[in-house]
Design a binder for this molecule. Structure first.
Ligand SMILES: NC(=O)c1ccc[n+]([C@@H]2O[C@H](COP(=O)([O-])OP(=O)(O)OC[C@H]3O[C@@H](n4cnc5c(N)ncnc54)[C@H](O)[C@@H]3O)[C@@H](O)[C@H]2O)c1
Ligand SMILES: O=CCc1c[nH]cn1
Length: 485
């Protein structure tokens, strides 16, 4: 199988190569086969991308919002028309089942382009009346050159979630995908270009952390948006702060899901599956600490295990009958297996799965632990794999306090038929993205992001516009100018 792109980088409206950059092998996670070889951006490539973005941005910002939005909406239509081939590419890039990528990746990217394309024409400042006939107005201005840096779990979605609000506001972008999944962002750049995006407005460069670091500190860069882990977020935020750059940080989590005894148990099991095993558990907002009210814990675990036994079909993720794919890489598989061993060593009980699957590729069985306590490593650290921990609780106050006892604050969910309780519980959650009787949906209309160590700023929704533009305020004096002397 081959998925070799035309070249490693996309700059100024065309593919660009520089083989002097270190090799990046793209590995199909279901087989271990190398399907493409790309090269890290050299200093010359980074310079070319930043220069292109800097040169292209003023003319792009000078278009009307309606004109910018038209390009984004055309790109959204093209992505939808090409959904199957983009989904196959995403599956090859990540190992996620085609059944999943067909509905959740390119389509989510298209949603973002369509939504922010639609908003672009409505972005304005405001008129502010002041005493004595004076007045003020505000001008919403683009920030300039933005840098986007992506994680490997949703490469297409991440590229589009960052590009769409940035470009709608009149910014340009240099995007660096994760070195583990370098392929899909290139095709998104090409589609944007074919949709009429002026050359240089959206550029893609490949590379590992050092390339990302070199982008952030460049004087031409006004904003950095990272999707990644908390340790990387700390470094990127600190580097951006040196130049007082704007940031959006979409980082990791260890989110709770609270299931009360009165919940519809089948819905709660579905929520737990969506919140732990979709994308083989490689979703930032996963609700991996599943607090179940003691009286229904056994019934919940029994139904969950039954659903996993009946529904998990492992195999080649390009086969649409497959529902469960491999970890993105051998390294990630080893990290997840390490956490499973640690869970067992610390006394948790494997109710389902618990080991590497007996097949080629980087597959880990969907794993359910019971008997988990809050102090265990598997209940405290982000695993980023298909490992669900069941914890018992007795009271609402206890469930809330234990849910919040974490440094993370990305997401949280509650399952109950008592809506007064549901709203009370989400009000008390220390998390940026909350769910009632659902889990992990991420529609573009809803803000997405974390509090505490899980991040800064929000993606999606009208709110993202605030993260990609700034207000210039203008005071207009209409009468005498009174001065003290
Ligand atoms: N909150 C969200 O929306 C969200 C979404 C997806 C993934 N994530 C998080 O991402 C993590 C998994 O992804 P990952 O392993 O790719 O994360 P990572 O932090 O290892 O890497 C993320 C990106 O940062 C780059 N990078 C690494 N060091 C850098 C540096 N010093 N300067 C600039 N860039 C640097 C990497 O090359 C990569 O492109 C998990 O923690 C997950 O929760 C968060
Ligand atoms: O990985 C995090 C982003 C996300 C959550 N649900 C869908 N995408």
């Amino acid at each position: 199988m081959r998925a070799q792109p035309k070249a490693s980088h996309f700059i100024n409206g065309r593919y660009v190569e520089d083989t002097a950059g270190a090799a990046i092998d793209c590995v199909y996670a279901a087989s271990g086969e190398v399907i493409a070889r790309l090269h890290e951006a050299t200093d010359a490539i980074v310079e070319e991308a930043l220069a292109a973005a800097k040169a292209a941005q003023p003319a792009w910002a000078a278009l009307s919002g309606t004109e910018r939005g038209r390009v984004l909406r055309r790109a959204a239509d093209m992505i939808r028309a090409e959904n199957r081939s983009l989904s196959e590419l995403e599956t090859m890039d990540t190992g996620k089942p085609l059944q999943e990528t067909l509905v959740a990746d390119a389509t989510s990217g298209a949603d973002a382009l369509e939504y922010f394309g639609g908003l672009a024409g409505s972005l304005t400042g405001e008129h502010i009346p002041l005493p004595g006939g004076d007045w003020a107005y505000t001008i919403r201005e683009a920030l300039g050159v933005c840098v986007g840096i992506g994680a490997w779990n949703y490469p297409t979605q991440i590229a589009c979630w960052k590009a769409s609000p940035a470009l709608a506001c009149g910014n340009s972008m240099v995007f660096k995908p994760s070195e583990t999944t370098p392929l899909s962002a290139l095709r998104i750049a090409e589609i944007l270009s074919e949709a009429g995006l002026p050359d240089g407005v959206f550029n893609v460069v490949q590379g590992r952390g050092a390339v990302g670091a070199s982008l952030i500190t460049d004087a031409r860069v006004a904003k950095v948006s990272l999707t990644g882990s908390v340790p990387t977020g700390r470094k990127v935020y600190a580097a951006a702060a040196e130049g007082m750059r704007h940031v959006t940080m979409e980082l990791g989590g260890k989110s709770p899901m609270v299931i009360f005894a009165d919940a519809d148990l089948d819905k709660a099991v579905s929520g737990a599956i969506l919140g732990n095993f979709y994308s083989s558990g490689q979703v930032c907002s996963n609700g991996t600490r599943v607090y179940v009210e003691r009286s229904v814990r056994e019934a919940f675990v029994a139904r969950l295990v039954e659903r996993l036994k009946a529904g998990v079909v492992m195999g080649d993720p390009l086969d649409e009958a497959v529902t469960f794919g491999p970890m993105v890489s051998e390294a990630q598989m080893e990290i997840v297996l390490g956490y499973i061993s640690q869970g067992i060593a610390e006394g948790a009980v494997v109710a389902h799965g618990g080991k590497r699957a007996d097949r080629d590729g980087f597959f880990v069985e969907p794993t359910v632990f019971t008997g988990v306590t809050d102090d265990m490593t598997i209940a405290r650290e982000e695993i980023f794999g298909p490992v669900l921990s069941v914890l018992d609780f007795d009271t609402e106050e206890e469930a809330i306090a234990r849910s919040n006892d974490t440094v993370f604050g990305l997401a949280a969910g509650v399952f109950t038929q008592d809506f007064a309780r549901a709203h009370r519980v989400v009000k008390a959650f220390e998390a940026g993205t909350c769910y009632i009787n659902h889990y992990n949906a991420a529609p573009v209309e809803m803000p997405f992001g974390g509090s505490k160590l899980s991040g800064v700023g929000r993606e999606n929704s009208k709110g993202a516009i605030e993260n990609y533009s700034e207000m210039k305020a203008v005071y207009v004096g209409m009468g005498d100018v009174e001065a003290p002397f």
